[in-house]
Design a protein around this ligand. Structure first.
Ligand code: CA
Length: 193
C-alpha cells in the first residue's frame, strides 16, 4: 500500500512538472482573423501575383508561422498550344501539414467564408489539392474546370501545421484570376501560448 502511494505521489510530481513546462495552443482560428491573442498575421504588401508563362510552372512558398520551415507550396502551371490548353493551381502541403478540403473529394480545396471557425472538425488532408484548374480543346468545343476558388472574393483556405507537440491552425487568402494567375493577399496562423 505504501509502495502504491509512493508511486502515485511520484506520478503526480512528474505529471505536474510536465504540465508546467507544456505549451498550450489555441484550438481554432477564424477565417480572416488577423488579431487577437495567439494569432500571428502576415499582410503581403503589395499582394503577390503568381503568373506562370506558357509551358512552365511557378511556385510560391509559404512559411505560415515564420520558423524558417516552409509549410505549403502554391503551384501554378500553364500550357497552351493551338487548339488546346491547360492551367492548374494547386496547394501542396509540406511535412504532412494539412488543408481543408471540400466534402468527399479530397483533391478539391474548400473555400471558407470570413469568420468561420477553422478547427479540428473540418475535413483535413495532406494530399495535393486543386484550387482551380481549367482545360479546353477547340476540336471538342469543350471547356472544363474544377475547383471552388474561381470568381470568389474574401474566401480562405484553411490550414494546419504540426510543430513539436502542437497544432497551429491558420488560413491563406487567395484569389484566382484569368489564365493561370492567382494572387496571395495575406495569411495567419495561431501560435503557442
Ligand atoms: Ca513554418
Amino acid at each position: 500500500m505504501k509502495k502504491l502511494l509512493f508511486i502515485g505521489l511520484i506520478s503526480i510530481v512528474i505529471f505536474s512538472c510536465k504540465k508546467e513546462g507544456q505549451k498550450t495552443y489555441p484550438e481554432s482560428i477564424l477565417a480572416g482573423q488577423s488579431s487577437g491573442t495567439g494569432v500571428k498575421y502576415i499582410d503581403i504588401l503589395p499582394d503577390d501575383t503568381i503568373n506562370p508563362i506558357n509551358s512552365s510552372s511557378k511556385d510560391y512558398l509559404i512559411d505560415l508561422n515564420h520558423d524558417g520551415i516552409t509549410d505549403f507550396k502554391l503551384h501554378a502551371y500553364l500550357f497552351q498550344a493551338p487548339g488546346f490548353g491547360y492551367t492548374s493551381r494547386t496547394i501542396i502541403p509540406f511535412n504532412d501539414n494539412e488543408f481543408v478540403f471540400a466534402g468527399v473529394d479530397s483533391t478539391l480545396v474548400d473555400t471558407i467564408s470570413s469568420s468561420v471557425s477553422i478547427n479540428k472538425n473540418l475535413n483535413w488532408t495532406h494530399m495535393e489539392g486543386t484550387l482551380y484548374s481549367t482545360s479546353w480543346d477547340s476540336q471538342m468545343s469543350g471547356y472544363y474546370f474544377s475547383g471552388l476558388l474561381n470568381g470568389v472574393n474574401d474566401k480562405y483556405v484553411g490550414t494546419r501545421i504540426f510543430v513539436g507537440d502542437g497544432v497551429l491552425y491558420g488560413w491563406i487568402r487567395l484569389r484566382v484570376i484569368d489564365g493561370a494567375i492567382f494572387v496571395v493577399y495575406d495569411y495567419a496562423c495561431t501560435e503557442e501560448n
